[in-house]
Design a protein around this ligand. Structure first.
Ligand code: SF4
Length: 257
């Protein structure tokens, strides 16, 4: 025969007594209500067919999507992406033509020195740290990579100021690797639409890599960034202009589709 657990009974009684004293006994638990729509759709709500259809439409609308950062080659792309952290591409593009005119190679960039680079990029946010990183990464490219930009993720991420997102952009745009760099736009779209929900950019990246058909992986990054920048805006998504409105799972979308 099973024995009763006196301790458990005492605990329950004590808790009930506390509720009664605080006036909460027998009251149904309050349910929070909010007028705002949830920030995310339910996870994994897209079928493979829907995902393929979304990217088919992105491709039909823009077969060769391009990034908007001004650059001349892999080195200037790398520098431009480092400068774009927490800054807009348009803001970076205002400063980089003058910077790349005098520092088009790692050797020439390193020779400019930190003060000169800082002066040239002072209109960009976090310019002091970025100037330091641009000089350090240029020196490292000269010392360890013969003045070239490495094609390996680990070597890229070992450069000062270069994280996973920057490495993904360089691998994708400079070397044609099917990487997906998750920036603020892609993170939002992945979660909002239910296409690739995740708590971190890395989660969203891994989910996108798992669900985006191979044929669309090379350009997926740019299609999603452009979609987030011009249509699926953070504060007011323009669902009425959206190519994938009928597929999107966000409960707050403003179309009936
Ligand atoms: S329907 Fe609206 S929320 Fe959904 S992807 Fe399009 S713009 Fe974004």
């Amino acid at each position: 025969m099973a024995r009763k657990t006196p301790g458990r009974k005492r605990l329950v009684t004590k808790a009930a007594g506390k509720s009664a004293r605080s006036g909460r006994a027998n009251k149904p638990k309050a349910t929070k209500t909010t007028a705002r729509k949830p920030a995310t759709a339910s996870p994994s709500s897209w079928t493979p067919r829907e995902i393929a259809e979304a990217f088919r439409r992105f491709q039909a609308a823009k077969a060769e999507p391009k990034g908007e950062l001004f650059h001349l080659d892999p080195f200037t792309l790398l520098v431009a992406v480092v400068l774009s952290a927490q800054a807009t591409d348009a803001g970076v593009n205002k400063a980089t033509p003058a910077l790349f005119a005098v520092g088009p190679t790692p050797e020439k960039m390193a020779a400019l020195g930190e003060d000169r680079v800082r002066e040239l990029i002072k209109t960009i946010g976090l310019f002091r740290t970025k100037a330091k990183n641009v000089i350090l990464l240029s020196q490292k490219l000269v010392a360890e990579h013969g003045g070239g930009v490495p094609r390996e993720r680990a070597a890229l991420e070992a450069l000062p100021g270069v994280g996973r997102k920057t490495a993904n952009v360089v691998l994708n745009m400079a070397f044609g690797e099917p990487t997906i760099a998750v920036d603020t736009h892609i993170f939002r779209i992945g979660n909002r639409t239910g296409l690739a929900p995740g708590k971190t950019p890395f989660d969203v990246e891994q989910k996108l890599l798992a669900v985006v058909p191979d044929a669309y992986k090379l350009h997926a990054h740019h299609w999603l960034i452009l979609h987030g920048r011009y249509i699926c805006l953070a504060r007011k998504p323009q669902c009425e202009k959206c190519l994938i409105a009928d597929l999107c799972k966000w409960p707050g979308k403003t179309t009936a589709a």
